[in-house]
Design a binder for this molecule. Structure first.
Ligand code: FES
Length: 108
């Protein structure tokens, strides 16, 4: 069974913006792309840079240090120098749309 947290929608970033939270024992980036939320690891896999300080573009976040882009849906590194993917968390809205449920990936 995977871990999950619930975040009030009112505490989340607005469309086109992102924020960093501490959850699941790491820094997690919450991004809002036109009302669709994504949650990924905030730490670049190249060096210890915070992706929340980078740039949010449709479908990607880019690292502020050397510019590698990561796919928000899959976590894949799209440009060098980063090669390894970032962790992706599953995001769903609660039935009343008041909270975002963020689930840690399972072991399978
Ligand atoms: S630290 Fe992110 S690309 Fe280098």
């Amino acid at each position: 069974m995977s871990d999950a947290i619930e975040l009030p929608i009112d505490d989340l970033p607005g469309p086109g913006s992102m924020k960093r939270i501490d959850a699941f024992g790491e820094r997690v980036l919450i991004a809002n792309l036109d009302g669709v939320f994504h949650a990924v690891s905030d730490t670049c896999t190249h060096e210890d840079a915070s992706l929340s300080l980078g740039a949010l573009k449709p479908g990607t976040v880019s690292c502020p240090l050397h510019g590698s882009r990561f796919c928000l849906a899959t976590g894949a590194a799209l440009d060098e120098p980063a090669e390894d993917p970032i962790r992706v968390y599953r995001c769903t809205l609660s039935p009343d749309a008041a909270r975002l449920v963020v689930e840690a990936p399972g072991d399978d």
